[in-house]
Design a protein. Sequence first.
Length: 116
Amino acid sequence: VQLVESGGGLVQPGGSLRLSCAASGFTFSTYSMSWHRQAPGKEREWVATIRSAGGSTNYADSMKGRFTISRDNDKNTVYLQMNSLKPEDTAMYYCRARRGTGYEYWGQGTQVTVSS
């Protein structure tokens, strides 16, 4: 099983980034996928989830209207489009795959830095 995040980098406040998470080694379409982030000195926090069936989405309040999670089951990839980025969005971003109890996988993360 492998989850590989990409797309992070340095961006100015107000800018945009699109993160990708490529999955392999499991049946991607049957897993709910989510993004999480962890800033230095802080606990990891949930960002957004997209479910396997139907693709319904949920977002943390501070990301609503700015971030969009999507998935492409043909490419085994989940995305996070981030717009109107703020310095407080600076963090390591991780994707997670989850199905029921006991089936959970994490990627290694991609760094997002929002700074002028």
